[in-house]
Design a binder for this molecule. Structure first.
Ligand code: ATP
Length: 236
């Protein structure tokens, strides 16, 4: 069943076209990685799906319903949650408070403070610590936990590895693996190609605002992906 459908989406910042007629679908239960070099348009695309960036053309559908013009808060109510680049926590609020502010009374489900702390053991001892005092990895865990608190049907993750030590990224991805194995539907931006190919069932590669390669992670040739990623030669 198709959960998300993006059709011929265009996004601009003034004259700069960041996303160019991008189309793809995400099935319920899939994990799809969005890859591409800096400036390829990945963040803008996620923000347009979340309703934070208004597209200039094209369409976004959730479950066959056109949500292209729906504001971000209404999309959260429908089950779209974005973990933004840079985490954007409330620095003076504790871990638990950061999680509680995101709880959606309209979307019941499996996620609450306790279940979030269960999947992110690194936060167990930190629940009363202000977000500003957390390490980068702990902050990323809170950011993902906060998104889960809205019991999303579609989780959008923007570069969870950014600025984190590899060992911390491993810990965050270990927790994510548990979430993914429960059948969550996830669209994630990941700069690390190896990790993207490992975690995702399908990969979409963007270059200069366009989708230049899309396919099942297991079926893609790594050299082919690297070429598409850097635009070295046109993928066959
Ligand atoms: P990164 O990995 O660096 O975050 P990205 O693939 O996510 O890159 P975007 O951040 O979506 O790419 O940027 C796409 C294009 O839009 C880039 O050329 C970028 O410079 C431009 N851009 C992004 N945000 C803005 C903004 N707020 N104002 C103007 N241009 C922007």
């Amino acid at each position: 069943m198709t959960l998300l459908k993006v059709d011929a989406l265009d996004c601009r910042y003034g004259l700069l076209q960041a996303v160019r007629r991008v189309s793809f679908e995400v099935e319920a239960g899939e994990t799809v990685a969005l890859i591409g070099a800096n400036g390829a348009g990945k963040t803008t695309l996620l923000r347009a799906i979340a309703g934070v960036h208004r597209p200039n053309g094209g369409r976004v559908e959730l479950d066959g319903v056109d949500i292209t013009t729906l504001p971000a808060h209404r999309r959260v109510g429908l089950g779209i949650a974005l973990v933004p680049e840079g985490r954007r926590l409330f620095p003076s609020l504790t871990v638990e408070e950061n999680l509680r502010v995101a709880a959606s009374p309209r979307r019941p489900g499996r996620w609450n403070v306790r279940s979030v702390l269960d999947v992110f053991p690194m936060l167990q001892q930190r629940r009363r610590t202000p977000a500003a005092s957390l390490s980068g990895g702990e902050q990323q865990a809170v950011a993902i936990g906060r998104a889960l608190m809205s019991n999303p049907r579609l989780l959008l993750l923007d570069e969870v590895s950014l600025g984190l030590a590899p060992i911390v990224v491993d810990a965050v991805y270990r927790s994510l693996a548990g979430i993914l194995s429960e059948g969550a539907t996830v669209l994630l931006v990941e700069q690390d190609l190896t990790r993207a190919l490992r975690v995702a069932g399908r990969v979409i590669c963007m270059l200069e605002g366009r989708v230049v390669l899309e396919g099942a992670a297991a079926a893609l040739d790594r050299d082919h992906v690297v070429s598409a990623y850097f635009g070295l030669r046109k993928p066959a």
